[in-house]
Design a protein around this ligand. Structure first.
Ligand SMILES: Cc1cc2nc3c(=O)[nH]c(=O)nc-3n(C[C@H](O)[C@H](O)[C@H](O)COP(=O)(O)OP(=O)(O)OC[C@H]3O[C@@H](n4cnc5c(N)ncnc54)[C@H](O)[C@@H]3O)c2cc1C
Length: 236
């Protein structure tokens, strides 16, 4: 597939390219698909961190279509990891739903960075959905000893079977996607407070992510350094 200007810009910004090979596929319910892949040297070259994501290049009728996906259980010893796709009517999701063992796809590593604050937060507040569940899980793994309050929006009943990696001190609430995401925003904003030593991580639909972040920053006065937020997809 021919690369476009985006690829050139990413290259100029230090992006590193790899070819992934599908080693296994697994459907999780009707709206989620997990692929096991070989990273083509990606993990060894770039290292790993919680919430680490890559830019994958999907073929959209011969045109490159770049979308971000999160590494699940990356294993630098074998160079392998999983990718988990929330399925909807999109090019990336369609590729994942038909991917077979032996298929390959190109990926660029550029822009992903996250480290848990040091000293460690006293409490984590995480807001996500099926698309950001892999990132939420990587945070729960990395912060296994830190109490966490998690809200996850679900669009389909089956998504609640996705089992977040919560431990004893992690409280998870599933919230149905209603009113174009307004229900999640209202639920989360009503429950959040500005708490000393807490870190807030928000990643879901772009409009909802902006609304929760605005509430944290403007209404609750939480400092910029204590909020991490990124829209993971846009409702259109
Ligand atoms: C840093 C980062 C990491 C991410 N990691 C993951 C991951 O590990 N797993 C994962 O599933 N997603 C992840 N995402 C989200 C994923 O990149 C988007 O969902 C992307 O838009 C999917 O591309 P597409 O080509 O399938 O659909 P697009 O062409 O972008 O959109 C097509 C249609 O599908 C709708 N749509 C797109 N995404 C969703 C969704 N999640 N739910 C409902 N409707 C949707 C759009 O509104 C549009 O109508 C991540 C995003 C970011 C920014």
């Amino acid at each position: 597939m021919k690369r476009n200007w985006e690829a050139l810009v990413l290259k100029a910004m230090g992006g590193r390219d790899f070819r992934l090979t599908v080693l296994g596929t697994e459907s999780v319910g009707t709206h989620y698909r997990r692929l096991h892949v070989d990273g083509g040297g990606l993990l060894q070259a770039c290292g790993v961190h919680p919430t680490m994501w890559i830019r994958m290049w999907f073929d959209n009728d011969g045109r490159p279509h770049q979308r971000a996906y999160t590494l699940v259980d990356p294993d630098p010893a074998t160079g392998r990891f999983h990718l988990e796709f929330a399925l909807h009517d999109g090019c990336a999701a369609r590729w994942a739903s038909t991917a077979r063992v032996g298929d390959t796809i190109d990926a660029t590593v550029q822009g992903s960075s996250f480290t848990l604050p040091d000293p460690a937060p006293r409490h984590l507040y995480l807001v996500g959905d099926a698309a950001s569940l892999p990132a939420v899980n990587s945070l729960l793994d990395a912060a296994a000893d830190i109490p966490a309050t998690v809200w996850l929006e679900y669009a389909h009943e089956g998504e609640q079977a996705l089992t977040p990696r919560a431990r004893t001190d992690h409280e998870v609430t599933w919230v149905p996607r209603r009113d174009d995401g307004r229900h999640l925003v209202d639920t989360v904003c009503a429950a959040l407070s500005a708490r000393d030593g807490a870190h807030y991580w928000v990643a879901g639909e772009a409009g909802s992510t902006r609304a929760v972040t605005r509430h944290l920053r403007r209404t609750l006065g939480v400092g910029r350094d204590r909020v991490t937020s990124l829209g993971y997809w846009s409702a259109r």
